[in-house]
Design a protein around this ligand. Structure first.
Ligand code: GLA
Length: 735
């Protein structure tokens, strides 16, 4: 619930277990007061009356912004990191000649003007595909208008509260009420004030094939920034953090703040840790090479910074984000199907007969979605050529795609196809016809990465052309699924859109996805960018699942998937079983280990099925059948990380349905030190008095125990051994 007290001019945002309070001070500035847990016995009437007097007394001449403005803007006496910096070209009427040299005016002063509480205001770049999410209940949104006293600028701070998950989305709206353009030089979606010395930051970094590496560190006084400078989210960092006071949070306890951006382009989350102990977080557009020209009477609405606070440690924070993504972000679809992707089986050496043969084998083992990857179109026989030419290659499919699609459908599977819509190979018809359609600086080299250039989505005609090309294929064929790839970073970002390309590209991609989904309502989309390079809440709002990493080595995946689980739900995490000897790492892993790890998300198969003998094919089918039995728990349940890699060299997780009636327990050991003994790990989220039957893949009853026993002592006998050991168990409560 959102409350406003007109006497003290205090705003209180009450979630189920957290509160957020701010106040208009004596100077008409909107200042932050508190953000944290609510006492458990507090009811809706318990709100703060504010503390104007204290704040007034707290000012010193050097630290004016000790007052913690809700939106930190460059102006007044600010010297700290800011969320907003604007240059105003208009000059006051009475200006001496010398003073004209003092321009443009870079001084934003935000003063309270008005507020309203509305239902379900929307942040920028929201999905336009019109598909429902699991929960579409409207949510209260507080909109507070702040105005500069003399410049033609109104900034509306928006807070949309999702009370059932204690999460709120924050964004800002910038309105230029004047007659000249305003130049926005820096723009975050929000600034957050964390309690003093909340300096232990958990974040994610990585690279191709090594995504989602976790990092936990205590940041020193100064500025620490996470970010990526391209037109996709990036492998190098993910727009997500958790923060706690050093040493005061653990997996299942301790106060943890968290935030993530619903945006898939050049982003930054900066932490400004000040000597005073203040920690401010600024999340939004990356300020590097940033420019936003706000035309007269124009409004810019930023995407959302999704934030929350949780008393149940890092695990509790992850669960809130997972539920929020499942229920409020991802388009509503049935549980994700078991997928087969032929990429690692055939790479570019594909043909119609070969794909048909793979499809038959895939269907026989229980696969539900058959995906043809790269190489089916234009002159794309290697990665040197063909990107941009989105028509079915008669070299690969002399009879067209339809016979394969028909076969796949007759086999009872859905059909999926790979696209990389934003790219072009110089060796392609598209590039030969439109060499000016790529990002480049005139007269400068066009540097290729993976032999490809990036299309200029600042040009409307380019986005329209790509829409028509993909739409034509989707209209001519019965295609259920697109794997949407994006295989290079942007360098040399010259565009007809100027510096606005950093945002225009993302808007173009979102628009394409939304339009395609709107027109082809049964279409699902998987986001891929050289593996996990484009995963964020903006992308999850228009896709159904994401490709976590091109690294399909089961033991590497243990780590990658644990990092993924910090922020994103298992339902969206596509994970494949591939060959016994991994193509990238050369490491050999048991089939059961490969399945146990892959079954922690949306299961896929990427092996060359032609290389498997009858016994192996049967074993695949056995695992897939088991996955189908447990997947509703994996994809819809709450995730508890029982053992984490950094502590135990192993990961054990359990997924539990919200009523505690069913659970899945999964353990996988990455490293084992001889002589080291791991005791069984107590489970979480079960019902103490319920009796659980615990069965393995063959429905063999491993044990029958109460929830209390399981949550206190774990599964007896589960003392875990050597590297590569793994197992998955299904728990069902009686009755
Ligand atoms: C990227 C993807 C792979 C595969 C290839 C195809 O690397 O991450 O999964 O689709 O492109 O070229």
């Amino acid at each position: 619930m959102i409350h406003y007290n007109p006497e003290t001019r205090t705003f209180s945002l009450n979630g189920r277990s957290s509160q957020y309070t701010m106040q208009v001070d004596y100077n008409e500035r909107l200042v932050h007061i508190s953000w944290g847990p609510r006492p458990k016995d507090a009811d809706e009437t318990a709100v703060l009356s504010g503390n104007n007097r204290f704040m007034a007394a707290g000012f010193t001449s050097f630290e004016f912004q000790g007052s913690k403005d809700e939106l930190l803007a460059y102006g007044d006496t600010t010297m700290h990191e800011v969320a907003l910096k604007i240059a105003f070209p208009d000059l006051p009427a009475s200006l001496t000649e010398a003073e004209t040299l003092h321009t443009p005016i870079r001084d934003v002063r935000l003063r309270y003007k008005s507020h309203e509480i509305v239902m379900d205001a929307q942040p920028g770049l929201l999905p336009l595909h019109g598909l429902p999410t699991q929960n579409n209940e409207p949510r209260e949104t507080l909109r507070i208008q702040l105005q500069d006293p003399t410049q033609p600028l109104t900034v509306t701070l928006c807070y949309r509260l999702t009370p059932e998950h204690d999460i709120f989305e924050r964004w800002i709206e910038l309105y230029n009420s004047g007659d000249s353009a305003l130049f926005v030089e820096q723009c975050s979606f929000a600034s957050l004030h964390l309690p003093s010395r909340t300096t232990e930051i958990t974040s994610i970094h990585g690279s191709w094939a090594a995504e989602f590496t976790q990092q936990r560190q205590i940041i020193p006084v100064g500025t620490f920034a996470l970010g990526h400078r391209s037109v996709q989210t990036g492998h190098s960092s993910n727009p997500f953090f958790m923060a706690n006071r050093p040493g005061q949070a653990w997996e299942e306890s301790g106060l943890v703040y968290f935030g993530t951006l619903a945006f898939s382009g050049a982003w930054q989350i900066a932490f400004d840790h000040q000597h005073s102990g203040d920690v401010r977080v600024l999340g939004g557009y990356n300020p590097f090479d940033f420019e936003l020209v706000l035309a007269p009477k124009e409004t810019h609405v930023t995407p959302a910074f999704v934030c929350g606070v949780c008393e149940n440690g890092w695990g509790g924070a992850s669960r809130r984000l997972h539920r929020f993504a499942r229920e409020r972000v991802l388009p509503e679809t049935p549980t994700r199907p078991v997928l087969y992707n032929s990429w690692e089986a055939t790479y570019f050496d594909l043909n119609a007969d070969g794909q048909m043969a793979l499809a038959r084998k895939a269907a026989a083992m229980g696969v539900e979605l058959f995906v043809v990857d790269d190489g089916w179109f234009g002159g794309r026989r290697t990665d040197f050529a063909g990107l941009g030419d989105w028509w079915v290659s008669s070299d690969v499919f002399p009879e067209g795609l339809q016979p394969l699609i028909d076969e796949v459908h007759q086999l009872g599977m859905q059909f999926g196809l790979w696209f990389e819509p934003e790219m072009v190979n110089p060796d392609s018809d598209l590039y030969r016809q439109h060499p000016d359609w790529v990002l480049h600086f005139p007269g400068r080299p066009r540097t290729e990465a993976r032999f490809q250039l990036v299309l200029d989505f600042g040009r409307e005609e380019v986005v329209d052309y790509i829409f028509t090309a993909i739409d034509t294929i989707l209209s001519q064929h019965d295609i259920d699924f697109i794997k949407w790839d994006m295989n290079r970073n942007v360098t040399e970002p010259g565009s007809v859109a100027g510096k606005a390309i950093w945002r225009a590209h993302v808007a173009g991609v979102y628009q394409l996805m939304d339009k395609l989904r709107q027109k082809h309502s049964k279409l699902s989309i998987q986001s891929c960018s050289g593996g996990g390079g484009r995963i964020d809440l903006g992308m999850l709002a228009r896709t159904d699942q994401v490709w976590t990493s091109d690294n399909t080595d089961a033991l590497d995946r243990i780590r990658i998937q644990e990092g993924f689980s910090l922020a994103y739900p298992a339902r969206a995490m596509e994970s494949w079983v591939t060959h016994e000897k991994n193509h990238q790492t050369g490491r050999i892993a048991e089939l059961s280990t490969r399945f146990d790890v892959a079954m922690r998300g949306a299961l896929g198969i990427g092996s060359n099925l032609n290389e498997l003998d009858a016994a192996e094919l049967k074993d695949y089918a056995r695992h897939i059948a088991f996955y189908k039995k447990i997947r509703h728990v994996v994809q819809e349940g709450d995730l508890y990380r029982l053992a984490r890699l950094e502590e135990d060299g192993t990961t054990a997780v359990c997924y539990v349905l919200s009523d505690g009636s069913e659970a899945v327990y999964s353990v996988a050991v990455k490293d084992h030190v001889l002589g080291f003994y791991r005791s069984p790990m107590p489970l979480h989220g079960l019902v103490s008095h319920a009796i659980y039957t615990i069965t393995d893949i063959d429905a063999y009853e491993v044990a029958r125990l109460t929830g209390y026993e399981l949550m206190v002592q774990g599964i007896p006998g589960d003392a875990i051994g050597t590297a590569g050991y793994s197992r998955t168990l299904y728990l069902k409560a009686a009755g």
